[in-house]
Design a protein around this ligand. Structure first.
Ligand SMILES: Cc1cc2nc3c(=O)[nH]c(=O)nc-3n(C[C@H](O)[C@H](O)[C@H](O)COP(=O)(O)O)c2cc1C
Length: 211
């Protein structure tokens, strides 16, 4: 849950949620910033997948097979990186689910974001509605990593979900491997979070069709 006592209420869908549009069909991609076989952030992502509002499908955009990015690739991106960029292009929005490593984001996630940023002028996050969430055992639940991630995604010109912030403390047993959430308050918070993100995606969809 949002462990910051000075932050917004953890269960709020956010002041700008504008109501979900449950029958709007859409696909949201998610990136898990951990390649650990026992990742608690993957469990959180699975929980989001299960809690997705009606009409919204969450699909993973995998990052584990991306090589280390180098500018040498700019003239000829490998297929795995082209697939990664196409996967982002094909979805209506992206949720980045990140662990915190050494008070920042893991290298595997930064590497994926660098692939997304290039070739120059073809940034995959440019105009792509994006939300950030993460979990750790710490009471501040990845808050420091998320500040770094926000700075990166702002630079990549992604419209970001501001509220609610997704600082989720992982207590033992809260998320099962298959994404069940055993704590009602956490499930309610995650549902509100997804509804708020749908509101952001709605607004950008309207802008892009000139409504
Ligand atoms: C290299 C490394 C650095 C870490 N640094 C932090 C940290 O700064 N803050 C934190 O809350 N947890 C930190 N942790 C603990 C992680 O939150 C924990 O390992 C968590 O399970 C990682 O997420 P994952 O299970 O999704 O891979 C660190 C773990 C590792 C392996």
């Amino acid at each position: 849950m949002d462990a910051d006592p000075h932050g917004p209420p953890a269960t709020a869908a956010g002041p700008r949620a504008e109501g979900a549009h449950p029958m709007t069909e859409r696909t949201i991609g998610y990136i898990v910033g951990s390649i650990s076989s026992t990742s608690i952030n993957r469990r959180l992502a699975k929980a989001l997948e299960r809690l997705a509002p009606a009409g919204t499908t969450l699909v993973e955009i995998p990052i584990k097979d991306l090589p280390f990015y180098s500018q040498d690739y700019d003239a000829d991106f490998p297929q795995v990186a082209l697939d990664f960029k196409k996967a982002i292009a094909d979805v209506d929005g992206v949720i980045v689910v990140t662990p915190e490593y050494s008070r920042s984001i893991p290298g595997v996630l930064k590497n994926a974001l660098d692939w997304a940023a290039r070739p120059y002028g073809q940034g995959s996050f440019d105009g792509k509605p994006t939300a950030i969430i993460g979990t750790s055992g710490s009471p501040i639940g990845t808050a420091a990593a998320q500040q770094h991630l926000k700075a990166i995604l702002n630079h990549l010109n992604a419209p970001l979900l501001g509220q609610p912030e997704g600082y989720v403390q992982s207590l033992p047993g809260v998320f099962t491997d298959s994404g069940e959430v055993t704590n009602d308050q956490t499930a309610e918070f995650l549902s509100g979070y997804l509804a708020a993100f749908n509101g952001l995606v709605d607004r950008y969809a309207k802008v892009s069709v000139g409504a």
